[in-house]
Design a protein around this ligand. Structure first.
Ligand SMILES: Nc1nc2c(ncn2[C@@H]2O[C@H](COP(=O)(O)OP(=O)(O)O)[C@@H](O)[C@H]2O)c(=O)[nH]1
Ligand SMILES: [Mg+2]
Length: 273
């Protein structure tokens, strides 16, 4: 469920996140493979300091493979990055080996200080609806095998063992979506990352339709069985039987159906950034 973000919410989330960060070695930053930039909060970088980070572009099952590959090499310059799907379980098995790899040096340093056999401590961080709970479920195999309370983990947070050498904080870190840029806001709304009530559905549908006509015209035409000239909300509504008296199309209902079909990935696999 997405939330409307007010400054107060942001301050509270930020404080909680800072508290959680103290206990982990590495952060699994969750982004949306359809929005490799817009689904992430740029402030995270500052909050992390020199803490290790892995970027996981989730919902890859809904995204454009060619475009993701480009983003992987681009964003990979900044930190290790994987495309995953917490829905289809894609890429999940690559996470632990990656954590062990990037933590190897720190573990060696700890071993030199006499600290041996300590698990890697990780946590999942991301905006609402990005798939944090789904990922935690995949990593824990749905098991609630908590490893018990540990010093420092207050307010009910617990560690879950996901591997003999890796533990995960059971409560994900919350980041707030950053949608002061209207373009980013529309992309987040189109993918369902912000609550529907925040945007005018019909306006959003018109914008998305135009965007799809520009970026993925063939997929759009094939899915609705319409010609390029017919690619408008009226024709889509007619195809879906959204009629009101006088044979006119109920464009509000048509907009809702169109947005739902887009979000399910049925129309096209897209990457909007
Ligand atoms: N298609 C798809 N849907 C996903 C994926 N991961 C999560 N979801 C869906 O996204 C929605 C939000 O997921 P959730 O784990 O509750 O997100 P959270 O708010 O970050 O904890 C749910 O409807 C999930 O089923 C994914 O990889 N692919
Ligand atoms: Mg959740």
């Amino acid at each position: 469920m997405s939330i409307q973000w007010y400054p107060g919410h942001m301050t509270k989330s930020k404080r909680k996140l800072q508290e959680q960060l103290r206990w982990v070695d590495v952060v699994l930053e969750l982004g949306d493979a359809r929005l490799p930039l817009s689904s992430r909060n740029p402030l995270l970088k500052g909050l992390l300091g020199d803490k290790l980070r892995v970027l996981l572009l989730n919902k890859a099952d809904l995204a454009d493979k060619t475009r993701i590959d480009k983003w992987l090499s681009e964003l990979g310059k900044e930190c290790p990055v994987l495309a995953i799907s917490a829905m289809t379980n894609t890429g999940i098995k690559r996470i632990v080996p990656l954590l062990e790899e990037i933590m190897a040096e720190k573990m060696e340093r700890l071993a030199l200080k006499g600290v041996r056999g300590r698990s890697i401590r990780a946590m999942v961080v991301g905006i609402p609806n990005i798939g944090k709970s789904s990922l935690i479920n995949q990593l824990t195999g749905g098991s609630q095998a908590k490893t018990g309370n540990k010093p420092g983990v207050t307010r009910g947070n617990q560690w879950i063992r996901i591997h003999p050498r890796v533990e995960l904080l059971d409560t994900p870190g919350m980041l707030w979506p950053k949608f002061d840029d209207p373009e980013i806001g529309r992309k987040l709304a189109a993918t369902g990352a912000v609550r529907d009530e925040v945007f005018d559905q019909e306006e959003l549908a018109h914008w998305l339709l135009q965007w799809l006509r520009d970026e993925y015209p063939q997929d759009l035409m094939n899915y609705y069985g319409l010609t390029e000239e017919e690619l408008n909300l009226e024709s889509i509504g007619r195809k879906r039987g959204c009629l009101i008296s006088g044979g006119r199309v109920d464009t509000f209902i048509a907009a809702q159906i169109f947005l739902r079909e887009f979000r399910s990935g049925k129309i096209a696999k897209v990457t909007m950034d």
